[in-house]
Design a protein around this ligand. Structure first.
Ligand SMILES: [Zn+2]
Ligand SMILES: [Zn+2]
Length: 308
């Protein structure tokens, strides 16, 4: 065998072994970080609300198929099991989760989507429902905020949360963003640096920077691209002075409540003005972002097998 062929084969072997090694190291590191987070959780939940403002369920339909794997009921019970207290289920271009819960709060016989006997659902205002787990009434309440992940006419994604009337999806970004702004909604640029996931890119983040409450650190990227794209988003955040917020953007079973979330200090919490409360902490930098992507190997497996 020629020397050059040998060198190429040795090089390829070294790169593959190095890649595999770094995957294992990443999983080990994240496992440790997760253990620390879970161990500290009683103290954390005493002082902070655990929040994720971007996730999808089976009600999220893309190209005629559900693109989230968990049902709304599974997401609600998962939120209680993982001590989350503020969530927004942001389906692609529909607000069915909020509408279903809003109707459940009036019609206690409605059991199509959640087991209404297990939960008490109250609508607090036009963008907030409060859910109580009737088996654990002493536990934190769960607040679900009305929200949507809009697809704009330009095919960019945009998160609108805590509005009173849903703007039309698939409209030009200017129309959606203006309507959300008029309603004082929380506006977030999701996965802005990842163009392949319909992120809007640097020029638009810059153009609309005055409108955004936050840029998103996205929890559904597998290792190592999570570091690359979320790193770019952090750079833009520093450059443009827009806060970042960590969200799971869960679609795949293993990524729900994966510890990619934000923590908001409990002081100043007002269930009737959750958007004011969130905005206050975002703009003062008093929230914390937790970024722990577990099981990169399992995720890779699913991505590689196309088993989404
Ligand atoms: Zn998206
Ligand atoms: Zn999404």
């Amino acid at each position: 065998m020629k020397k050059i062929t040998k060198a190429i084969i040795t090089g390829l072997l070294a790169v593959s072994l190095g890649g595999l090694g770094s995957l294992f190291a990443h999983d080990w590191y994240n496992h440790r970080k997760k253990q620390d987070f879970v161990r500290d959780r009683p103290a954390i939940t005493e002082n902070y609300h655990l929040a994720s403002l971007h996730m999808h369920t089976t009600l999220s339909i893309v190209s005629g198929r559900p693109d989230g794997e968990k049902t709304l009921e599974e997401v609600i019970s998962g939120a209680f099991d993982n001590d989350y207290s503020i969530i927004s289920v942001t389906e692609h271009d529909n607000e069915d989760p909020f509408q279903i819960l809003s109707r459940s709060s009036q019609d206690k016989n409605l059991e199509d989507y959640i087991d209404i006997k297990a939960y008490d659902v109250e609508q607090i205002n036009d963008y907030t429902v409060r859910i109580t787990d009737l088996c654990k009434v002493d536990q934190n309440k769960l607040y679900l905020l009305r929200g949507v992940e809009f697809t704009t006419k330009e095919n960019w994604h945009l998160l609108g949360i805590a509005y009173s009337e849903m703007p039309e999806p698939f409209a030009p970004i200017d129309e959606i963003i203006n309507s959300l702004k008029e309603q004082d909604a929380i506006i977030i640029a999701p996965h802005p640096s990842h163009r392949a996931s319909s992120g809007m890119g640097h020029e638009n983040v810059k153009k609309y920077s005055g409108y955004f409450d936050a840029l998103e650190l996205n929890g559904c990227f597998p290792f190592p691209i999570n570091y690359v794209f979320n790193g770019i988003t952090e750079r833009w955040s520093n450059e443009l002075g827009i806060p970042v917020i960590a969200n799971s953007d869960a679609h795949i079973r293993g990524t729900y409540f994966n510890n990619f979330l934000s923590l908001f200090p409990k002081q100043g919490f007002d269930e009737e003005d959750i958007k004011g409360y969130i905005r206050h902490h975002l703009s003062n930098g008093t929230h914390k972002n937790i970024e722990i992507t577990d099981s990169s190997l399992a995720l890779y497996n699913r991505f590689l097998l196309g088993n989404r």
